[in-house]
Design a protein around this ligand. Structure first.
Ligand code: NDP
Ligand code: 2IT
Length: 448
């Protein structure tokens, strides 16, 4: 075994020994380390500098109690976290997730992925992630507000525009960011707009941040298709989820001439052969905050299905935009058999490792999350720039910067894959390019 292989095995063994039961984090670490052999072989300084061991250990994990009172007066206690993973390239940056499944494992996997994704954006962003096992489903605005205030009462001690800048993720959108920003301002007595991103347009937010992850995903797909016989125009697209990422991915895909025939939520999926009515979908999911079945009740061309999987729908392009491990080996085989040619990840780690191998074996073009969904955090980086300059760019300017960044990320992942002898393998290309940027910054900054 070469020194490089031995170092990679040792790093993985350390992850497994130190993180018993943390299957998501172990999966994410395995998926990255598996693709680094060629680069570690060429650069013994990464092994000598213990870069692998340092990278798989978060700089800091903060865990705290979040008590809150519901509308009936009952007291609940949730767990809150912030995982500050790596700050070699900038302040920790990454979203907050409010979902009943959130635990330390979930946030370590997300924080680890975020480090490499943020490096690919080319902006000064370290990586982190946070959140809570609070379940916002069915909660009133006042309950959500009280929870956000309690969560921020502790988080405020750990964040700041130069230290750690949270944003949204599952269960955290404009409403929650607003409540948390208000509480941060009250606790610190400072209007520090760069402390959170995804803020409202009227108080320091950036145009196009709401749309950015979904739009960026579709810009990335457009780049993937550039030198192929396929195009978005005239294609059948299926997205999973029906939240922030899914809705704006569907919107941009439709604008570019695709028909988006399906989407899902945790209760089932919808097939709509006429193409999703995105205004209705936004109304059901974002304004009324109802289940997806309400969409089908309001639209005669749509059918709601509460069994099977959204990946059973025939499509040319599949965009998983809901959650981790939502697309497994069987779903990947079904998609490939049904003629799907392109899969790009809007969610974080939505495809299992087996699914990714199926796509690679079957010649389905595959865009990994770290590259394909980086548009959200990239636009957060643009929001931080606007906040630092105390100005606000217009929608067109932010959108065109986003497009440029996504085009660059695709070019970097593709050229890195080629440089290391794996042409077309955007997984390896994205992992290696992100890793090198962080590793070089860590080496330059010494053993800290
Ligand atoms: P939202 O909360 O807006 O939407 C999440 C959607 O996914 C909902 O439709 C939800 O259904 C569904 N979903 C969530 N968990 C599950 C589950 N366990 N099983 C089935 N469906 C589920 O979140 P976002 O759109 O912001 O995030 C979606 C994905 O994109 C996540 O993986 C996130 O990490 C990733 N991402 C988000 C970015 C952002 O800027 N927001 C940036 C980059 C990546 P239901 O309503 O029924 O729960
Ligand atoms: O997964 C992600 O990249 C996000 N949830 C967005 C993070 C951010 O800081 O904008």
């Amino acid at each position: 075994m070469s020194d490089a292989d031995a170092a990679l095995h040792a790093a993985l063994a350390t992850v497994e020994r130190r993180n018993p039961g943390q299957h998501l984090f172990r999966q994410a670490a395995h998926e990255v380390l598996e693709s680094l052999a060629p680069v570690v072989k060429q650069h013994p300084e990464y092994v000598e500098g213990a870069i692998l061991e340092r990278m798989v250990e978060p700089e800091r994990v903060i865990s705290f109690r979040v008590p809150w009172v519901d509308d009936s007066g009952k007291i609940h206690v949730q767990r809150g976290f912030r995982v500050q993973f790596n700050s070699a390239l900038g302040p920790y940056k990454g979203g907050l997730r409010f979902h009943k499944t959130v635990d330390e494992d979930t946030l370590k996997f997300l924080g680890f992925e975020q480090v490499f994704k943020n490096a690919l954006t080319g902006l000064e962003l370290g990586g982190g992630k946070g959140g809570s096992d609070f379940d916002p489903h069915g909660r009133s605005d006042n309950e959500v507000m009280r929870f956000c205030q309690s969560f921020m009462a502790e988080l405020a001690h750990h964040i700041g525009e130069y230290t750690d800048v949270p944003a949204g993720d599952i269960g955290v959108g404009g409403r929650e960011i607003g409540y948390m920003f208000g509480q941060y301002r009250k606790i610190t007595g400072r209007f520090e707009s760069g402390v959170l991103t995804g803020k409202g347009i009227g108080y320091g937010g950036s145009w196009a941040r709401t749309e950015a992850t979904g739009y960026g995903l579709v810009y990335f797909v457009r780049e993937m298709l550039r030198e192929t016989d396929y195009s978005l125009e005239g294609s059948r697209v299926v997205v999973s989820g029906s939240g922030n990422v899914a809705i704006y991915a569907a919107k941009k895909a439709s604008q570019l001439g695709a028909t988006v025939v399906g989407c899902s939520d945790s209760s089932g999926y919808v097939v709509d052969e006429e193409g999703l009515d995105l205004d209705l979908l936004c109304d059901v999911k974002e304004v009324r905050r109802e289940r997806l079945s309400a969409y089908a009740s309001d639209r005669s061309s749509a059918e709601f299905v509460d069994s099977g999987s959204v990946w059973d729908i025939d499509c040319d392009i599949a965009l998983p935009c809901a959650t981790q491990n939502e697309l497994d080996g069987d779903a990947a085989r079904t998609l490939a058999e049904n003629g799907c040619r392109v899969v790009a990840e809007g969610a974080n780690m939505p495809c299992t490792e087996e699914a990714v191998h199926v796509f690679q074996e079957q010649g389905v073009l595959f865009g990994p999350a770290k590259a394909a969904n980086a548009g959200g955090v990239a636009t957060s980086g643009l929001e931080m720039r606007q906040n630092a300059g105390r100005l606000q760019w217009d929608f067109e300017r932010v959108d065109s910067e986003l497009d440029r960044i996504m085009t660059n990320i695709h070019a970097t992942a593709a050229s890195t894959a080629e440089e290391y002898g794996m042409p077309g393998d955007l997984v390896a290309g994205a992992n290696i390019a992100g890793f090198r940027k962080v590793a070089d910054a860590m080496l330059a900054q010494g053993v800290i």
